[in-house]
Design a protein around this ligand. Structure first.
Ligand SMILES: *Cc1c(COP(=O)(O)O)cnc(C)c1O
Length: 376
């Protein structure tokens, strides 16, 4: 059994994708071509944002945002303690100070109370100036954007949405990628909308930001490529990836609906044994991953090794809280602030999931977990 089945999707879309790729090669325009412009228009329309700036990957999408807003030395950026390091890494690279916040044990997203406490603590400490909150739609579950906005407004902070896992998710009628002051996403192959390599995008309704970001992604270009007005990056979505994404976007809604059905079936049958994902009212998760939570670490280890012995793969998203990563250890954040994140890491594991997982494979996973509980 595969953890994420990408092959079936390719089998289904093969002719269209191959034609599109072939077309790009025939035309010979590989960078910032009409395919890129076409995809940008389609994805802007899908998430209902005015401007999209596609770029090299999700990490660079975030880096470009941090650069565009001038976030760097002396600034504090607030980030959930449970996310992929790429949410905060580019800010740290630019000299900003990461402040990790605990998560909520139901949604696994940023806990608003912890966020406010950490903002207050940062202000009291008086070393770094609070600048931005990175709001992550973790595992595809939309973050509590209203709660985050309230704190942002109270303390004058920018809200950057990291929707790398949230493409296709909805919060109160609004798509993820449109929930922050500015938003970033990733088209890494295993994300809800993935290409066949690296890719990413930034979403904004601010024409000024759109112009700055368009310049930053091409070496800080001015009116032309060779009258550079700022220091930028080389970060572009290439035409072949854009061509692939145009075809994949056509089936995204259908796939997200399929993800709801599959998650619903898992949850219905597994909720008597384990904590299943809690998706809030008026929310639709994109279920980038389907994560279960055992009662404790020992039980989790038992289930995971039982599943693995049966040839069922599992993964941890993610095995460590950010504050415990070796690279951040020097910041000396106390575990006391992060009890929920620590519990999540001890107890959570992801099982095989994709819009193309077969019913029979789902039943195999469920039956194995049921057996596990007979043996516990
Ligand atoms: C995947 C991911 C990123 C980074 O995207 P890449 O395209 O791999 O650079 C950033 N944040 C989160 C939450 C992610 O899951």
């Amino acid at each position: 059994m595969e953890f994420i089945n990408l092959k079936t999707q390719y089998e289904i879309l093969k002719d269209n994708i191959n034609n599109r790729i072939y077309n790009v090669m025939e035309k010979g325009n590989f960078i910032l071509s009409e395919e890129v412009a076409e995809f940008e228009a389609l994805i802007a329309d899908y998430v209902d944002m005015k401007y999209v700036i596609s770029c090299g990957n999700g990490t660079e999408a975030l880096q470009l945002i941090y650069m565009a807003y001038g976030i760097g030395k002396g600034d504090a950026v607030f980030c959930p303690d449970m996310t992929f390091i790429a949410s905060i890494e580019p800010a740290v690279m630019l000299g900003a100070h990461p402040v990790f916040c605990d998560i909520d044990l139901l949604s696994y997203n940023l806990n608003i109370e912890s966020l406010e406490n950490m903002v207050k603590k940062t202000i009291n400490d008086g070393i770094y100036i609070p600048k931005a909150i990175i709001s992550v739609d973790f595992l595809g579950n939309p973050s509590d954007i209203d709660g985050i906005r309230e704190i942002a407004k109270k303390y004058g902070l920018l809200v950057i949405e990291d929707a790398a896992q949230g493409m296709g998710a909805i919060n109160n009628g609004r798509k993820c990628c449109s929930l922050g002051d500015i938003s970033a996403t990733s088209f890494f192959p295993t994300k809800p909308l993935g290409c066949y390599g690296d890719g990413g995008a930034i979403f904004t309704n601010d024409i000024n930001m759109k112009n700055i970001l368009s310049s930053l992604r091409v070496h800080g270009k001015g009116k032309t490529k060779y009258d550079n007005v700022r220091i930028g990056l080389n970060s572009r979505l290439d035409s072949i990836q854009a061509a692939i994404l145009i075809e994949k976007l056509k089936v995204l809604e259908q796939e997200i609906e399929k993800r709801q059905e599959i998650a619903f079936y898992y949850s219905k049958r597994l909720c008597e044994y384990l904590c299943v994902p809690e998706i809030g009212n008026n929310m639709r998760s994109s279920f980038a991953q389907y994560v279960l939570m055992a009662e404790n670490e020992k039980q989790k280890r038992f289930i995971v090794s039982y599943l693995n012995d049966k040839g069922i793969p599992t993964l941890y998203y993610y095995p460590n809280p950010l504050h415990k990563l070796p690279v951040f250890r020097n910041l000396e954040y106390s575990d006391d602030y992060y009890t929920n994140t620590i519990a999540y890491c001890e107890r959570a594991f992801a099982v095989p999931f994709s819009p193309y997982i077969k019913k029979q494979e789902q039943d195999e996973v469920i039956d194995a977990i049921e057996k596990c509980f007979e043996n516990l």
